[in-house]
Structure formats: structure tokens, C-alpha cells
Design a protein around this ligand. Structure first.
Ligand SMILES: Cc1cc2nc3c(=O)[nH]c(=O)nc-3n(C[C@H](O)[C@H](O)[C@H](O)COP(=O)(O)O)c2cc1C
Length: 215
């Protein structure tokens, strides 16, 4: 059995294109493999708290010395990491906000990239002391953009701090393979936007079928 972790980061509800795209991917997968497990975590509607100095102190406290207050503070982080640990496939629907990820998604990342839980730190490794603890996960990034041209070689490639950033941090969460499909032109509307939606929906369903067949 494969476990899918379905994350959505848009602050919008039904109107959200990234939610429609990630929902389409997950629905297609479940038609192919109805018995697979699905965990849903709505980051956009229920944003994780930003990390704080007391949070950092708690994560660097040995587990057997944690106070009751520290244990309570770490419950959301522990919950997100437990969900992540179960996941074979991470399906992430997210908009681009100000050329990067929404702050709620960044807060989720800060809560899950945690020493001795998702990554290990060893200065014996030289200049690259961090290594992921989890391995072999597949990440499917389903993004939405008001503008366009963020793909490699596109006119806005240099302003794309969403997909490259996600690739960098998701490596430390055990992602070994990633895929990206995006909807563009949302702020322009019109035919280019409609064509972009149709193409992304078709590609998302095809990718879901291809990955489900391999699972
Ligand atoms: C706060 C905010 C910031 C945005 N910043 C960008 C941006 O930097 N680049 C871009 O192409 N679109 C930007 N957009 C447009 C969104 O990416 C676009 O509306 C997208 O469809 C939103 O995703 P959703 O439909 O899943 O809610 C921004 C939208 C909002 C609300």
C-alpha cells in the first residue's frame, strides 16, 4: 500500500486553482489505486505557527528532559513529521506568492525540517553536515502563478523562488524524485490562461496514472 500526503497551501477555498489541480491529481490516483492511504493536511486554511526561540530551545532539548510545556509546544511539529514519515508520495498544491512559497507553507517547512527527526547534523561530514533521515519519497509540486514564464529558460526564470526553493528543502525531507506541473497567467485570464489550466489538468492526470502504475 502506498501512502499519499496531500498538502494544500492556498489561502483560497473553492476558487483556488492549485487546490483544483492537486485535487485532480489525488482523485485520479485514487481511481487507479482506491486502497492507498490518504493523509490530508490543509496548510492554507490551518496555517502552522511560526517557529520561535522557545520552539528552537525545545527541539534541542533531549527528549527525556522535555518539560510538559515543551512537549505541548512540539505537538504540531511532531504531528506534521509523523504524517510525513508515513508518506511515500507528497502531493503539494501551492500558489506562488511574491515569487516564493506562501508563508504558511514556509512555516510548515520550518516545523518539519527538524534535527534528529528529519535530518541529521554531523560536522564529521565536512562542509555539508546535513543529511536527510527519511529516503525514497516522491514529491509532486502542483503550482499556480498569476504571471508566466517561470520555467527553465522562461522570461521569469530568475524570479522563480518557489520550485527551486521547494526542491532544496524537500531533499532534507527524504525526497528522491520530484515532478512539477504549473498553471500560469491567472492574473491575465483569457485564452492563454484557459489553455494553461487545460494542459496542467491533463498532465496532472497523466502523471498520477503513470506514478500509480509504478507504485
Ligand atoms: C499575496 C499574493 C501574492 C502573489 N504573488 C505572485 C507572484 O509573485 N507571482 C505570480 O506569478 N503570481 C502571484 N500571485 C498570484 C497567484 O499566484 C495566483 O492568483 C494563483 O492562482 C493563486 O493560487 P490559488 O488559485 O491556488 O489560490 C500572488 C497572489 C497573492 C494573493
Amino acid at each position: 500500500m502506498t501512502t499519499i500526503l496531500h498538502l494544500d497551501a492556498s489561502v483560497r477555498g473553492e476558487r483556488s486553482l492549485s487546490r483544483q489541480l492537486s485535487g485532480h491529481f489525488v482523485d485520479t490516483w485514487r481511481e487507479e489505486r482506491p486502497r492507498d492511504a490518504l493523509i490530508q493536511r490543509d496548510i492554507g486554511r490551518n496555517p502552522p505557527a511560526h517557529v520561535s526561540e522557545t520552539w528552537i530551545a525545545a527541539v534541542f532539548t533531549p527528549e527525556d528532559q522535555l518539560t510538559a510545556a515543551q512537549k505541548k509546544l512540539l505537538i504540531p511539529s511532531d504531528t506534521y513529521i509523523a504524517e510525513l514519515a508515513k508518506a511515500d508520495v507528497i502531493v503539494l498544491g501551492t500558489p506562488m506568492y511574491n515569487y516564493g512559497m506562501p508563508s504558511a507553507l514556509k512555516a510548515w517547512v520550518d516545523n518539519v525540517v527538524r534535527v534528529d527527526k528529519t535530518f541529521s547534523f554531523d560536522l564529521g561530514r565536512g562542509d555539508f553536515p546535513l543529511e536527510p533521515i527519511m529516503t525514497g519519497k516522491i514529491l509532486v509540486m502542483l503550482t499556480t502563478h498569476g504571471e508566466f514564464g517561470f520555467e527553465p529558460g522562461g522570461i521569469s526564470e530568475r524570479r522563480n523562488h518557489l520550485v527551486p526553493h521547494l526542491r532544496t528543502v524537500m531533499h532534507y525531507l527524504g525526497v528522491a524524485e520530484d515532478h512539477h506541473i504549473g498553471i500560469e497567467y491567472q492574473e491575465f485570464g483569457g485564452e492563454r490562461h484557459e489553455a494553461s489550466i487545460a494542459k496542467a489538468m491533463t498532465e496532472a492526470a497523466a502523471l498520477a496514472k503513470r506514478l500509480a502504475a509504478r507504485a
